[in-house]
Design a protein around this ligand. Structure first.
Ligand SMILES: Cc1ncc(COP(=O)(O)O)c(C=O)c1O
Length: 384
């Protein structure tokens, strides 16, 4: 049996008629840039997340870059973020001339450790130059939003939520209130990369904010800084969400909650099957009752140096897996001029994490096969 890590074609075949219909509509309309689909999709997304403004851009990396830019962050400024994330979480800081301060993760959640963020905000020698914190809701798991809000008011720091992997995840506050990731940051960003929970058939991204001024900046920055065509107020870029992608995303948004539920069910099945094997070397994602994780990825920890050999074994059995991420951002060569301190929890995670196949159309038989292969690996080798 072959089990792909992710298969975008299964969703396409399910939605083929609807998608081809809207693609044909857009092509026939002649409105290919900034048309009614972008406008309507922006409206729907702002209401889905619970913010005032949603601004479509070309991809999630640009969304982050523009969000940092909109806060006026530039040379000499510092931004606190996690080292356990995709490259764009940090490059949005350095591309604006600022310096990232990487903070270690909580080993249980893989998310940025908010205790350590607070330590940095309190004690960093140049703390007055720290302008923002960028938490990432990694693998679809929400960072404590209640605490983020408190941190902002306690320290007067701006928050940019990187929600590339978390569209639709939420946090349950101590008073029972529910807020979605992306609704709390001064700005938040989304990616519609095809394998994301809400994935386009190409690139796409979005900036979310409830601040009118920041929204205005982002709206004109994405069209060369011009409110009126050919009259440039700021030196912006060309970063627009494509009309065709917006039309396809509008179709997929209708099914997003159903897709989340399917992923959550798949994660539960993995949890149950893996726990029943009682493997000492395998740790499943931490259980939670204060949040909804939308399982963009289902990531296990494989201990005692078994990760790479298990990955190889699974590959030989036709099971595709991935390592997100093999290196911390503080270890990347392109950031070597910054001379970061080692980050123990991040580096251990890089050695132990293994993402198993997960996407809404994954079948029960496929999940069972993945777990059976994991069981076989440890049995065959009499390890663990
Ligand atoms: C956490 C995180 N941030 C930012 C991005 C960048 O998004 P994009 O690929 O749309 O530029 C990604 C995409 O993989 C991501 O996972």
């Amino acid at each position: 049996m072959k089990v792909p890590l992710f298969d975008v074609t299964r969703q396409y075949h399910e939605l083929r008629d609807e998608i081809l219909h809207v693609v044909d509509e857009v092509l026939g309309s002649g409105r290919y840039i900034m048309g009614p689909n972008v406008e309507d999709f922006e409206r729907q997304m702002s209401s889905y997340i619970g913010v005032k403004h949603a601004i479509g851009v070309a991809n999630g990396s640009d969304a982050l870059y523009i969000a940092v830019r909109s806060l006026g962050i530039s040379e000499g400024d510092f931004v606190v973020t996690t080292a356990f994330s995709f490259f764009a979480t940090a490059s949005c800081i350095t591309r604006n001339g600022a310096i990232p301060i990487f903070v270690d993760i909580d080993p249980k959640t893989f998310n940025i450790d908010l205790d350590r963020v607070e330590e940095v905000l309190r004690h960093h020698p140049q703390r007055e130059k720290i302008k923002a914190v960028i938490p990432v809701h990694l693998f679809g798991r929400t960072v404590d939003l209640e605490r983020l809000e408190k941190m902002r008011s306690d320290f007067g720091v701006k928050i940019i939520e990187d929600c590339a992997q978390s569209v639709g995840s939420y946090w349950i506050y101590s008073n029972g209130k529910i807020k979605k990731s992306g609704s709390v940051g001064d700005l938040s960003t989304l990616s519609f990369f095809p394998t994301k929970n809400l994935g386009a058939c190409g690139d796409g991204g979005m900036i979310l904010t409830s601040d009118d001024q920041l929204a205005d900046f982002c709206r004109i920055f994405r069209v060369h800084g011009a409110r009126k065509k050919y009259f440039h107020e700021i030196e912006g870029v060309n970063s627009r969400l494509d009309e065709l992608q917006a039309a396809i995303l509008r179709v997929k948004l209708k099914y997003l909650e159903r897709y989340h539920e399917k992923r959550i069910k798949i994660a539960k099945t993995y949890d149950e099957l893996l726990k029943s094997l009682d493997l000492e070397c395998v740790e499943t994602p931490q259980a939670h009752d204060d949040l909804r994780c939308i399982f963009h990825q289902y990531v296990i920890r494989v201990k005692k140096n078994h990760r790479d050999s298990l990955k190889q074994y699974l590959s030989a059995k036709g099971v595709e897996t991935a390592v997100y991420y093999p290196l911390g951002l503080h270890q990347q060569r392109c950031f070597s001029q910054f001379k970061f301190q080692p980050l123990e929890n991040t580096e251990r995670a890089c050695e132990e994490v293994l993402a198993l196949p997960i996407f809404p159309e994954l079948s029960e038989t496929e999940i069972e096969y993945v777990v059976k292969c994991i069981d076989e690996y440890f049995k065959e080798a009499r390890r663990c």
